[in-house]
Design a protein around this ligand. Structure first.
Ligand SMILES: [Zn+2]
Length: 221
């Protein structure tokens, strides 16, 4: 097979799925699907074999609506304080255009492709929102039913009618009054994302219907 000139008899599928050698070079086998999460070295294999050019196309696919994107990221605030990172975990996967990540990051990822790195600075308004002072409340301590209330603790609060009002963080403790902040902990924060795009592919019909990613970095059902 002329799939991999210069790689001494190994074919692309064998390289990509070493535990599935029976299917090596069998176009249409499940092994081909395994190439969608290609390692970088498979690029030369792809370029060498016209049979699998559609995969080469997928590698250069840019992020647009309904792309399934996986990426690694580190999130810092403007002072460089680490807020979150995907390091040591699976790459994070989402569907572009479905508001699954903060709008400012989604917008800055548009048009990027696998292998791209970027620093995306996202103002609070395009991140977790500006601080809303009306979500800061002072509540009598007896409303907590004798619990020991400390700074930084979080409480799920409900309205009298039983509706959810969200999560509140304790930002002040006085003798008989507790100050609660119902803003997202990252509200008002300018987000600095260092992003490396790992993979870009089209979402399947099933993923679009379910509204989430299947497989690596997503749902396993
Ligand atoms: Zn699903």
């Amino acid at each position: 097979m002329p799939l991999l000139a210069g790689r001494k008899g190994m074919c692309a599928l064998e390289l990509a799925t070493p535990r599935n050698k029976d299917n090596c070079c069998t176009i249409g086998s499940p092994a081909i699907a395994g190439l969608s999460s290609f390692p970088k070295w498979s690029q030369s294999a792809v370029l060498a074999g016209d049979l699998i050019l559609p995969i080469n196309y997928a590698m250069n696919m840019t992020i647009t609506n309904n792309s399934v994107v996986s990426f690694h990221y580190t999130l810092n605030d403007a002072d460089g304080k680490l807020l979150d990172t995907s390091a040591g975990r699976e790459a994070f996967a989402y569907i572009q255009g479905q508001s699954m990540i903060v709008p400012g990051l989604e917008r800055q990822l548009e048009g990027k492709k696998a292998g791209d790195s970027l620093l995306a600075v996202v103002p609070a308004a395009e991140g977790y929102g500006e601080l809303d002072p009306s979500l800061v409340h002072k509540v009598p301590k007896d409303r907590f039913g004798g619990q020991n209330v400390e700074m930084g603790m979080q409480f799920q609060a409900g309205s009298e009618e039983g509706g959810q009002m969200g999560v509140f963080t304790v930002i002040g403790v006085e003798d008989d009054v507790i100050a609660l902040n119902g803003n997202h902990p990252l509200a008002g924060v300018t987000l600095h994302f260092n992003v490396e795009v790992i993979n870009v592919r089209e979402a399947t019909k099933e993923e679009l219907a379910h509204g989430h990613v299947h497989g690596e970095g997503g749902h396993q059902h």
